[in-house]
Design a protein around this ligand. Structure first.
Ligand code: ATP
Ligand code: MG
Length: 257
């Protein structure tokens, strides 16, 4: 690969009891790339994100982020190190407003703030005003600003996906793992989502995109990795993936589990 590698997984394995959800999976993501990650239901895609983001520990294998071995690091350190992930099923706090949901995401990232409130109240107030501005700007980016003061429970499934993207952007990540961002998103919102991903990518952010919407993957990704039964099945350009017999067979073969 010509571009510098920002994220690299080698031989990743995750066993749950006797079952290997991910089994010796390797992938590498180039700087500025939008890498597609596809595969039938149960192929191990979300588990792969859990491993990369640190939500679960590996059974075997190594993960490098910008050249640094992060395999043993907890999730919050990987986030601080520049990698964020969205969840396949976003769970915003339903009774908090969109803006509050955004600001909570940030608080979790900055960690302990109580002491700073005593020692530097003015700096904290300025930081909080800046965070609010940033949150509103990001809500605007995903066409949700007019709902900033509404509770998150009013959002449709598709809008939750957009809020989820805005939420992870609060951390200024360099790499974003998107888990099925288009699921449940209506066609008009889907175009907003695609445009925003392209825009964020153009500003230098690298993406890995899990998605069943093949049209979206083909539009966004120049390279696609296909997983089946926890392992790498194939990787290539969208047109190569579309005509690869092993890929077609894996999808026709049902759940892959
Ligand atoms: N915490 C867990 N405990 C036991 N088994 C699990 C766990 N998480 C995932 N699995 C199993 O691992 C396999 C891979 O699941 P995973 O969610 O990673 O697939 P996926 O490719 O994301 O599927 P989908 O496209 O449906 O989201 C499945 O068989 C699943 O049941
Ligand atoms: Mg999944």
């Amino acid at each position: 690969m010509a571009a510098e590698t920002v994220l690299e997984a080698q031989g990743l394995t995750k066993r749950f009891g006797g079952v290997a959800a991910v089994n010796g999976m390797s992938l590498s993501v180039g700087k500025g790339e939008i890498l597609g990650l596809i595969g039938p239901n149960g192929a191990g895609k979300t588990t792969m994100f859990d491993l990369l983001a640190g939500s679960v520990g590996v059974s075997a294998g190594t993960i490098r982020l910008m050249g640094r071995d992060i395999t043993g690091e907890p999730a919050h350190k990987r986030l601080a190190g520049g990698m964020a992930r969205t969840f396949q099923i976003p769970r915003p706090f339903p009774e908090l407003t969109l803006l509050e949901n955004m600001l909570i995401a940030r608080q979790a990232q900055t960690g302990e703030r109580l002491w700073a409130n005593f020692t530097a109240p003015r700096r904290i107030a300025a930081e909080e005003a800046a965070a609010k501005e940033k949150a509103l700007g990001l809500l605007d980016l995903v066409a949700l600003r007019r709902l900033a003061d509404e509770p998150a429970r009013v959002l449709s499934g598709g809008q939750r996906k957009l809020l989820e993207l805005a939420r992870v952007m609060m951390a200024d990540p360099k790499v974003i793992l998107l888990d099925e961002p288009a699921a449940g998103v209506n066609p008009a919102l889907l175009e907003v989502l695609i445009a925003r991903i392209q825009e964020i990518n153009a500003s230098g952010v690298t993406f890995v995109l899990i998605e069943h919407n093949i049209d979206m993957v083909s539009r966004l990704c120049s390279r696609i990795v296909v997983m089946a039964q926890g392992a790498l099945l194939f990787q290539g350009r969208p047109d190569e993936v579309a005509r690869e017999p092993r890929v077609i067979e894996a999808y026709l073969g049902g759940s892959g589990a």
